[in-house]
Design a binder for this molecule. Structure first.
Ligand SMILES: C[S@@+](CC[C@H](N)C(=O)[O-])C[C@H]1O[C@@H](n2cnc3c(N)ncnc32)[C@H](O)[C@@H]1O
Length: 447
């Protein structure tokens, strides 16, 4: 039996070295391969008290690149290695190869020979990789020598070409026979940092001026949406800590306006955490908002975000498919940002494609249908329910919306429907789905 992988081993490497970043990222990659979400895996790597903010940034950058290129890197390793390497060795190679021009993630950020040298140093510093030091060296050097031939060979495989599992590629082709290549490619581009200006505290124009004074290039890409030319850490964003702005994708910023909340309305934000849309609703209207989420830890982040914005809501930790938390008073507006596969936000969460299984779509769509039917019963006649998912799969989005409308005799109002992920000068947003429903005033179906 193989010994347990030592993911918490503290290697004796300088924390500002690339070797340290490669090993930290490889440890995260190996845990994602075992089923853990990347942010959770990175939190483990960041728990080391000696780690500097720069080292943290470097590990995160290498790990995210590794996730976006994992299919290609694993195919390259399979093509070069006589037998499959141990998991941490494979992960170290998957962390190193994208830094050597194996992928499409922009220009290689380091000299290729530096990457080889540092990957070998990293291998030598961990008990689970030390015996493979020579193999890491030989394989990465071979890649440098035979790069073009090796790439031409592995790029024949869709997994290596697109960096998604085959079932995901098939699902994209089925759902978007015209646009599937563009959809897959959009998920492989590192996302920008998009902000939402809190219009309770200032105008978009004034905020753009503040950014200019701080030497930060930015552009307006939506009514309250400002995209920075280059992402920076949130605490370096002017006015972030004082609630002048929040981080929110431009497509997600459509929700609060579509919901059309007026002062005094009773609003339910049914799957609220971390509270991006809750905050936006409260920035736009003096409403009585209940923010519900099944996960108490995630709900704590709603509180943090609202505190930062100096706004308030009633927070409840409960499942939106149940009603034991409800006081029986109907809501004027309901936002149902239901749990989904998150296939529309893979540019932000590149680990998702490697963690999801094909069967997850149906399972999540079934839960979401229960949530939507339940919430509909809590809506006042003439009230509006906005159904949102960050999925690209019709089972979770359009087919779900159509079936819901039929089951509940809901009137469908104008809303964007499926937004495909896009990155460009004018439009830049995640792949979200919006459907808006109104309850007929004569609908007396009892709760
Ligand atoms: C897409 S996220 C919501 C994002 C949030 N609306 C925002 O804009 O920041 C979905 C949320 O649904 C929550 N969730 C999952 N299952 C749930 C359930 N059965 N009832 C209520 N919330 C649930 C998850 O914990 C997660 O926070």
């Amino acid at each position: 039996m193989k010994p347990r992988l030592q993911t918490d081993f503290q290697a004796e490497l300088k924390s500002d070295s690339l070797a340290f970043a490669l090993l930290g990222a490889a440890t995260a990659v190996v845990q994602v391969r075992a089923g853990m979400a990347l942010p959770q895996a990175l939190a483990g790597a960041f728990a080391n008290p000696a780690i500097t903010p720069q080292a943290r940034g470097a590990i995160q950058d290498v790990a995210y690149r590794a996730m976006r290129q994992l299919g290609r890197s694993e195919a390259l390793v399979a093509a070069m290695a006589p037998k499959a390497p141990d998991p941490l060795v494979g992960a170290l190679l998957a962390a190193a190869l994208p830094l050597m021009g194996a992928g499409e993630d922009g220009p290689a950020p380091y000299e290729a020979f530096t990457v080889v040298d540092q990957a070998v140093t990293a291998a030598g510093a961990h008990p689970d990789t030390v015996r493979a030091k020579g193999m890491v060296n030989a394989l990465l050097r071979r890649f440098l020598r035979e790069r073009d031939t090796l790439l031409a060979d592995v790029l024949q495989q869709p997994l290596a070409r697109w960096n998604y599992p085959q079932w995901w590629i098939d699902a994209a082709i089925t759902a978007y026979p015209q646009d599937w290549e563009q959809v897959l490619a959009a998920g492989n581009v590192a996302p920008p940092l998009t902000l939402r200006v809190n219009t309770r505290k200032g105008t978009v124009e004034a905020y753009l001026e503040l950014l200019a004074q701080s030497g930060i290039g930015a552009r307006r890409i939506g009514p309250s949406a400002v995209r920075l030319d280059k992402p920076v850490g949130v605490h370096l964003v002017p006015g972030f800590d004082s609630g002048l702005v929040s981080v929110q994708d431009a497509a997600a910023q459509l929700a609060a306006n579509l919901l059309d909340v007026q002062d005094g309305m009773r609003v339910l934000d049914a799957c609220a955490a971390p509270g991006g849309k809750t905050g936006h609703i409260l920035e736009l209207a003096d409403a009585d908002v209940t923010a519900l989420d099944v996960d108490p830890q995630r709900l704590a982040r709603v509180r943090e975000n609202l505190d930062r914005l100096e706004l308030s809501a009633t927070l409840l930790a409960a499942g939106a498919q149940g009603r034991d938390w409800w006081d029986g008073e109907p809501f004027d507006r309901i936002l149902a940002d239901v749990p989904c596969t998150a296939s529309g936000i893979v540019r932000r969460h590149p680990d998702i494609r490697w963690l999801r299984r094909k069967g997850d779509t149906l399972q999540l769509a079934t839960l979401s249908a229960q949530i939507l039917d339940n919430l509909w019963q809590m809506l006042r006649p003439n009230g509006k329910l906005l159904f949102v998912t960050c999925s690209l799969w019709p089972q979770e989005s359009e087919a779900q919306a159509a079936a819901f409308a039929v089951r509940n005799r809901a009137t469908r109002l104008d809303a964007p429907g499926q937004l495909l992920p896009a990155g460009g000068a004018e439009q830049d947003h995640d792949g979200l789905f919006y459907a808006l429903f109104q309850k007929d005033a004569t609908d007396v179906k009892d709760a």
